[in-house]
Design a binder for this molecule. Structure first.
Ligand SMILES: C[S@@+](CC[C@H](N)C(=O)[O-])C[C@H]1O[C@@H](n2cnc3c(N)ncnc32)[C@H](O)[C@@H]1O
Length: 269
């Protein structure tokens, strides 16, 4: 997108909350398929929380997870930098008959203003892979977690970008992806991890790793699940929802769940 188009898009978004290129992840067919996978993988963790537990949805966009979590009986707060997204999220909340609180701003700025240890869980899906300072953002989220609280984050995989580069016969980029974990790919910054690296990241951040789960083994890498007719989509879901230990890293996203270790149990200084 050239600079004039970018400016036009930003102005339309800011003045009229209008953007024809905007994908509402709460209504998009493929994103709904992935939401189903996320909710399937996270269900056992949400089940450990009490009714009314406080969940922060960091980078909530239009509420793809805020709303299902609120429906489960949790007290959900969504943060997003995008006013347009928060408008969509509020509208979906009203239409779904649920309540949630929304805060506009950057996770890195809003989290420090929230009370330390005030959330039972923080969800941050499909946000961190775009941020060079993703570790700092994670530290901000861990700060607001109660001891024993859950940090649920999703991360792009090395496999996903390798497949993208190889499919385009872009072998120099494929080599760069294989040898690095972040950088500019096709003009945009991304970071990517393997299962082992996510476990190491949890350890570094003082989290007890609870699980690493696949999100999209075949879908979106090879086809858009939203384009499949419902019965085929369901057959694909039944396969993708299973934990394939040997190939967990060969997925579109990895969902990582870590528990904040109470200070007295932590080996960290
Ligand atoms: C790809 S969407 C994912 C939305 C949602 N988590 C989901 O999975 O449906 C990323 C969202 O994160 C928001 N975002 C990205 N970086 C952010 C930041 N540093 N602070 C707050 N929101 C951020 C974007 O505005 C966007 O709405």
């Amino acid at each position: 997108m050239d600079i004039v188009q970018k400016l036009k898009r930003k102005t339309l978004r800011a003045l009229f909350r209008y953007d024809p290129s905007y994908t509402d992840m709460f209504t998009d067919k493929s994103e709904l398929y992935f939401a189903r996978l996320y909710l399937h993988q996270t269900h056992p963790y949400w089940e450990t929380l009490e009714d009314g537990a406080k969940i922060l949805d960091a980078g909530c966009q239009s509420g793809r997870f805020t709303i299902p979590l609120a429906k489960m009986g949790f007290e959900v707060t969504g943060i997003d930098t995008s006013g347009l997204s928060l408008n969509h999220a509020q509208k979906h909340c009203r239409e779904s008959g649920v309540k949630a609180k929304f805060l506009k701003g950057d996770i890195g700025r809003v989290c420090p203003s929230l009370e330390e240890g005030s959330f039972d869980a923080v969800l941050c899906a499909e946000v961190l892979y775009l941020h060079p300072h993703y570790e700092t953002l994670m530290k901000n989220m861990i700060r607001v977690l109660k001891p024993g609280g859950l940090l649920v984050t999703s991360h792009r995989t090395k496999f996903y970008y390798l497949m993208k580069a190889l499919a385009q016969k872009d072998y120099p980029t494929a080599r760069f992806i294989a040898e690095n974990n972040e950088g500019s790919l096709w003009g945009t910054y991304f970071n990517w991890q393997t299962v082992r690296q996510l476990r190491q990241l949890h350890q570094l951040l003082g989290l007890r790793s609870q699980g690493i789960h696949p999100i999209g083994i075949f879908s979106e890498i090879y086809l858009a699940p939203g384009e499949l007719e419902p019965s085929l989509q369901d057959q694909l879901f039944q396969i993708e929802k299973d934990p394939f230990d040997e190939i967990t890293g060969c997925t579109r996203y990895l969902l990582a769940v870590g528990e904040k270790i109470p200070a007295s149990h932590s080996d960290l200084p």
